[in-house]
Ligand binder design. Structure first.
Ligand SMILES: C[S@@+](CC[C@H](N)C(=O)[O-])C[C@H]1O[C@@H](n2cnc3c(N)ncnc32)[C@H](O)[C@@H]1O
Length: 205
């Protein structure tokens, strides 16, 4: 089996967020993700309802809320949500933080855009269709999915998330979405060598 197709294993998310400071996590980025920022400008999205799926430390939700978006942010880990909620309160931000599994969501839409920085690429491959249909169902007509995931060009890191080509992304999401753009980028965080990533913009078909 080629490396990009092999089964990957992930931490117990709840244990991780319960035991570790979020600032030490490889994906921790206190700034607004640069690709998200660019996409919001390019798409002229200035307000509305945003959903951050797999929010983890919640930093992207904080920045979006500061920009004036009405933000809902979810994670499967209770401890992640507890910590993010506390940090938001300290910053005086009103964000609807919820414990929610994107593969069995209790949310209902409709959101103007959904941001996913690192949740999709840790899901089991056989669940990607559930993810696709769930996310499509949570978006407004004309709403966007803004997705950052690891690229197959990331070959230095051992283990970690699933890697994607443009073709694999289209196969996974194309049943419900049209790709607006897919570009090579990096995944900003705490690692010295930033992992190679793809940032893609999708509109509901
Ligand atoms: C790589 S981290 C990225 C965290 C955050 N988006 C960021 O950029 O800082 C992936 C996140 O997805 C969450 N996650 C994993 N599986 C999930 C699921 N089925 N539903 C919701 N969140 C999930 C994990 O708890 C973790 O916080």
């Amino acid at each position: 089996m080629s490396d990009k197709n092999k089964r990957r294993s992930f931490p117990d998310w709840e244990k991780l967020y319960k035991e570790e400071p979020v600032e030490k996590m490889p994906w921790f980025n206190p700034e607004l993700d640069r690709d998200l920022s660019g996409a919001l400008k390019d798409l002229r999205i200035k307000g509305g309802r945003a959903l951050d799926i797999g929010t983890g430390p919640g930093t992207q939700a904080f920045r979006l809320s500061e920009m004036g978006f009405e933000v809902t942010a979810t994670d499967i880990s209770k401890s992640a949500i507890r910590k993010a909620r506390k940090a938001a309160k300290e910053k005086g931000l009103e964000i609807d933080f919820r414990v929610d599994d994107v593969l069995a969501t209790k949310l209902s839409g409709a959101f103007d855009f959904i941001f996913d920085r690192g949740c999709f690429h840790v899901l089991p491959p056989e669940k990607r269709a559930v993810y696709r249909d769930t996310v499509a169902g949570l978006l407004n007509e004309g709403g966007y999915l803004l997705l950052k995931c690891f690229s197959v060009r990331e070959t230095k890191m051992q283990g970690g998330p699933y890697r994607f080509t443009r073709k694999a992304l289209k196969e996974a999401l194309g049943g419900a979405f049209r790709a607006v753009s897919i570009k090579d980028t990096v995944y900003q965080g705490t690692l010295d060598a930033l992992p190679k990533a793809l940032f893609s913009i999708w509109v509901r078909k």
